[in-house]
Design a protein around this ligand. Structure first.
Ligand code: NAD
Ligand code: UFG
Length: 335
């Protein structure tokens, strides 16, 4: 039987890559996205790559009437929920927007799911819920905290989902804690397309390589790390997308469970290592300067990946060079 999966935020960066993996695995995909941070043309690219165009509804997860209609008109087996706002700095200046979009939106989505009897949910959480890590690699039972409104939305949503899970039998919920998603589909047809100045390292470096920006600012060279710059667990978005399919399958095939699981590679790279790797992929010089630390940044962060391996039978296998090669192919096609 073909299951239809509702993918909120499915035209976004991680959602679009996950649609491809779902299609490759035989699922039928229904995308709901308000296009606040993505383009409808992503669907053309998905069709070109996979031969299948996902069904698409332009709409907002906060629109309960629309959601009720979707659940009535479609036989939905599970929801993969990417829709939300994700810029840390913007969340500090516009907290209410973040609480409304991310928290209120998810509550409305879960109410509609509950009413429709759909109780399988895969949620985009983040390693940001670990705050400043007390141990490395970070296991899932590490204490949780939030340092900005964006992180707070993820923390609160994890708690809300835990309470919903405990309130009523039958919910199957995956809290997928992503580390640092980067890269792009190897076709070069979909990737990350930030609006304005990129907040994150990889898209910024890509734009410097392509000549759109003059140089990278390296935020701090005095961290307690091998070269003094911040260390992160970068994960290829295609690996991450496959992690979602593995989580969905796990939830569908096992007894109801609330599963919080890290999706990372278990390896950290510094800012300077990333710049060097990108220079190799692009064959371009990537000028950089050392700037002050960015407020709220931590020194190092990488995942304990054992639970994902044991429970989901999933590991990330694409290395840093592949991440940069694919990000460069996508970037080169953009200008
Ligand atoms: P993205 O902005 O590319 O995708 C999010 C999509 O959701 C966009 O297409 C946007 O138009 C849509 N959207 C936003 N609000 C909506 C609403 N109210 N109703 C309907 N659609 C809405 O972001 P992404 O990088 O693909 O991230 C997906 C999810 O993963 C987000 O929840 C994000 O917080 C989480 N996450 C991302 C990262 C990262 O570094 N990219 C890291 C950890 C967690
Ligand atoms: N960095 C720079 N210069 C830049 C941008 C970033 O030096 O122009 C450095 C940062 O200081 C950090 C590293 O590059 O050391 C990575 O920074 P990113 O902004 O790419 O990623 P973060 O680890 O800060 O945060 C990301 C997402 C968050 C998410 C977190 C954990 O932006 O939403 O990963 O998943 F919560």
């Amino acid at each position: 039987m073909t299951c239809k999966i509702l993918v909120t935020g499915g035209t976004g960066f991680i959602g679009s890559h996950t649609c491809l993996e779902l299609i490759a695995d035989g699922y039928q995909v229904l995308v709901l996205d308000n296009l606040s941070n993505s383009q409808e043309s992503v669907l053309d690219a998905l069709e070109q790559i996979s031969g299948t165009r996902p069904e698409f509804i332009r709409g907002d997860i906060r629109d309960r009437i629309l959601l009720d209609r979707i659940f009535q008109e479609h036989d939905i087996a599970a929801v993969i929920h990417f829709a939300g706002l994700k810029a840390v700095g913007q969340s500090v200046s516009q907290p209410l927007n973040y609480y409304d979009n991310n928290i209120a939106g998810t509550v409305i989505l879960m109410q509609a799911m509950q009413q429709a009897g759909v109780r399988s949910l895969v949620f985009s959480s983040s390693a940001t819920v670990y705050g400043d890590p007390q141990q490395l690699p970070i296991p899932e039972d590490h204490p949780l905290s939030a340092t900005n409104p964006y992180g707070h939305t993820k923390l609160v949503l994890e708690e809300i989902m835990g309470n919903v899970y405990r309130s009523e039998p039958g919910w199957r919920i995956g809290l997928l804690r992503y580390f640092n998603p980067v890269g792009a589909h190897p076709s070069g047809l979909i990737g990350e397309a930030p609006q304005g100045v990129p907040n994150n390292l990889m898209p910024y470096v890509a734009q410097v390589a392509s000549g759109q920006r003059a140089q990278v600012q390296v935020f701090g060279q005095d961290y307690d790390t091998p070269d003094g710059t911040g260390v992160r667990d970068y994960i290829h978005v295609v690996d991450l997308a496959q992690g979602h399919v593995a989580a969905l399958r796990y939830l569908q095939e096992n007894e109801p469970e609330l599963l919080a699981v890290n999706l990372g590679t278990g390896r950290g790279y510094s800012v300077l290592e990333m710049i060097q790797a990108f220079a190799r992929s692009s064959g371009r010089d990537i000028p950089y300067t050392i700037a002050p630390r960015r407020p709220g940044d931590i020194a190092s962060c990488w995942a304990d990946t054992r639970l994902a391996r044991e429970k989901l039978n999933w590991t990330a296998d694409k290395d840093i060079q592949e991440m940069c090669d694919d990000a460069w192919r996508w970037q080169s096609s953009q200008s």
